[in-house]
Design a protein around this ligand. Structure first.
Ligand code: 5GP
Length: 188
């Protein structure tokens, strides 16, 4: 069997997950990133087809009907989903792929792909740090901010079922820990 793995990284909003995933991908050109589809609006620093495929609600619902998503969730009023063709690309090519999905999506990927999927949960050092980080990001209006904070308890609870948990106390340390976990998985 090839050493292809599906590395799934989840964290509550503001948990620093995107920075960690970006740095891991920069360090490991051999890793592929699974670009998800979403109906949420593009942020100014994002690129379509790179960060997400930005889709209309109709386009997304068509993907659901055509069973082109391996999993999808409605999060903060927007759809997010993993494209079957992204996963197939990794599995067929024997590549290790990195996923940035929410906790429920992570468990779905585990259910579908079993041992091949490795779930890493990025934990905030505390609730107050998490709240501050999300405020500092300044990407959310007050309503979305509240929705994101309400979801945190569910996320922290679900994170207990993950294969690995990494506390994001300092970004550099957390990145190194995630990197070590992935290196071991690729080698095993
Ligand atoms: P954001 O809007 O901050 O980019 O993402 C919001 C949440 O959606 C994050 O927890 C992110 O990991 C999650 N997410 C992104 N893509 C997917 C996906 O394909 N499936 C699922 N289930 N969650 C996703």
């Amino acid at each position: 069997m090839s050493s292809s793995r599906l590395i799934v990284v989840s964290a509550p909003s503001g948990g620093g997950k995107t920075s960690i995933v970006k740095e891991i991908l920069a360090r490991h050109p051999e890793l592929e990133f699974s670009v998800s589809g979403t109906t949420r609006r593009k942020r100014p620093n994002e690129t379509g087809g790179v960060d997400y495929f930005f889709l209309s609600k109709d386009e997304f619902e068509r993907l659901i009907q055509k069973r082109e998503l391996v999993e999808y969730e409605l999060i903060y009023g927007n759809y997010y989903g993993t494209l079957r063709r992204e996963v197939d690309r990794a599995v067929r090519g024997g590549k290790t792929m990195v996923f940035d999905v929410d906790v429920k999506g992570a468990l779905s990927i585990k259910r579908l792909y079993g041992e091949r999927a490795v779930l890493i949960f990025i934990e905030p050092p505390s609730m107050s740090v998490l709240e501050q980080r999300l405020r500092d990001r300044k990407t959310e209006d007050e309503e979305t901010f509240r929705k994101r904070m309400e979801r945190v308890a569910l996320e922290l609870e679900t994170g207990k079922q993950f294969d690995f948990r990494v506390v994001n106390d300092t970004l550099a340390r957390a990145i190194n820990e995630v990197d070590e976990i992935i290196e071991k998985q690729i080698q095993s």
